[in-house]
Write a protein that binds this ligand. Structure first.
Ligand code: NAI
Length: 468
């Protein structure tokens, strides 16, 4: 094999593999280095994909148990076969990771197996399983090494009793008592999975609200919904210690307001307090500049402090740690290397929590706009007044559209709905096109669909919703 490339990408997660494909499409001789056995990074192997598989299966199990009867679907003896559910998850992961292998072959991308290290500005060394080192030269390097779960000081994740999301996606039996530390994306998605499958779940959150960064109305309503589903919360609580005693975990935490201390014993503890960027020793050695959160600093062209070395995805100091953000950066950086005008609009990155109902947002929250002193109007529409949601017994949640007071340009949208994750795309598109709330209000939406609530919320900005 010729060891010279135009672009070598380190990491094959959603940022890296998409960047590899786009680079190859643009005519670059491209290689992608991956240390995992399979392509796809954390997202496909231990993140987005397996979690969505379990969220889907557990939701169906829950519905079959609790809701089918009301619909006239009589079932008896519904039983959980967890190992089969896990096998189904594995199959989904396998199909999708193999799919990337296929796309690499189709696009003539060289898949370099092993750990990739940048040994100089134009050299990447790959260390394979047998510790064999091979060096490759390249005109451009893209760091797309992603992130890994963080823990709390003094708490060691053993992936058996004290687990990260990786361990919580592979329990071999349903824990009786599960404590989840952190009420963010991972904490709430995995709480939902294990609650539906029969665990008693308690979430301990440091702040006085869940899903920080999302609109406060959404976070308050979502907390009520999750409470109703039987998930317990301890807010404003600081975990001081987690220890393992005789195969059980003991969690100590203190309420920040009352200073009351509590100790709870449980079978498993999930630590879901955020992720940290994967910065290799090569990056430190080359003195590539990092910010104070240890993320790689890049400019608007995704260049690091070394010109032909680029970085994208969870390792950089831009945007949220989300797979689709990384994908867009992967495309943009390949186009920039090709001299084109690759670009990512960080104001319009949708975010979705795939619980039931789902939570989604794009653009700014009301709290952000207040802070920035921007005057706005708000239109809200509840799913209680949406016919399709009523038919489907999915009346929880609402759509909230915020538009500029003067221009009516949409500044942000947040929603809770059974299909919020799918519906948010319409709003992202509207924002990319600079739409006003009135533009959405005057767009015909199919009936009966959940998305009529979007149109109604847009009409509510001008105080003229029809069905509420
Ligand atoms: P997160 O940042 O979403 O939430 C972490 C939560 O832990 C926050 O609510 C925070 O206040 C709380 N916390 C921090 N320290 C704590 C302490 N000592 N005690 C109690 N609570 C504490 O992080 P998460 O859920 O781990 O997710 C990591 C990343 O993965 C996020 O950036 C997210 O964007 C991404 N992700 C996205 C998903 C999606 O798009 N659906 C799904 C899963 C992860």
């Amino acid at each position: 094999m010729n060891n010279n490339f135009d672009v070598i990408i380190i990491g094959s997660g959603p940022g890296g593999y998409v960047c590899a494909i786009r680079s190859a499409q643009l005519g670059f001789k491209t290689a992608c280095v991956e240390s995992r056995k399979t392509l796809g990074g954390a997202c496909l192997n231990v993140g987005c994909i397996p979690s969505k598989s379990l969220l889907h299966s557990s939701e169906l199990y829950h519905k079959a148990q609790k809701e089918f009867n009301n619909l006239g679907i009589e079932t008896t003896n519904i039983k959980l076969n967890l190992s089969k559910m896990m096998n189904n998850k594995k199959k989904s992961v396998q199909i999708l990771t193999k799919g990337i292998e296929f796309l690499f072959k189709k696009n003539k991308i060289t898949h370099l197996k092993g750990k990739g290290l940048i040994s100089s500005k134009n050299t990447v060394t790959v260390i394979d399983n047998s510790n064999k080192k091979t060096s490759y030269t390249t005109k451009n390097i893209v760091i797309a090494t992603g992130s890994e779960p963080t823990s709390l000081p003094g708490i060691i994740i053993d992936e058996k009793i004290i687990v990260s999301s990786t361990g919580a996606l592979s329990f071999d039996k349903v824990p009786k008592e599960l404590i989840v530390i952190g009420g963010g994306y991972i904490g709430l998605e995995l709480s939902s999975v294990w609650k539906r499958l029969g665990a008693n779940v308690m979430v301990i959150e440091f702040l006085d609200h869940i899903i920080p960064g999302m609109d406060k109305n959404i976070s308050t309503e979502f907390l009520k919904i999750l409470n109703k589903q039987g998930i317990n919360f301890k807010l404003e609580s600081k975990v001081t210690r987690v220890s393992v005693v005789k195969n059980k975990a003991v969690v100590d935490f203190t309420n920040k307001k009352s200073l009351r201390r509590e100790r709870i014993e449980c079978d498993k503890v999930l630590i879901a307090v955020g992720r940290k960027s994967n910065i290799g020793e090569d990056v430190t050695k080359l003195d590539i500049k990092l910010d104070n959160q240890k993320k790689i600093q890049v400019n608007e062209k995704f260049e690091t402090s070394i010109k032909n070395i680029y970085a994208i995805g969870d390792v950089i100091d831009k945007g949220p740690m989300l797979a689709h953000k990384a994908e867009d950066e992967g495309i943009a950086v390949a186009e920039i290397i090709a001299g084109q005008a690759g670009h990512v609009n960080y104001n319009v990155i949708p975010a979705v929590i795939y619980t039931s109902p789902e939570v989604a947002m794009v653009g700014k929250t009301e709290e952000q706009l207040k802070k920035e002193n921007i005057k706005y109007n708000v239109g809200k529409f509840p799913f209680l007044a949406n016919s399709r949601a009523k038919i489907n017994n999915e009346t929880e949640g609402f759509v909230k559209i915020i538009s500029d007071e003067k221009t009516d340009k949409v500044l942000g949208v947040s929603m809770i709905s059974a299909v919020a994750g799918t519906m948010i795309a319409e709003l992202a598109l509207a924002m990319e096109f600079g739409a006003s709330a009135e533009d959405i209000a005057r767009t015909c939406h199919a009936h009966p669909t959940h998305s009529e609530a979007v149109k109604e919320a847009a009409m509510a900005v001008d105080k003229r919703p029809i069905h509420f």
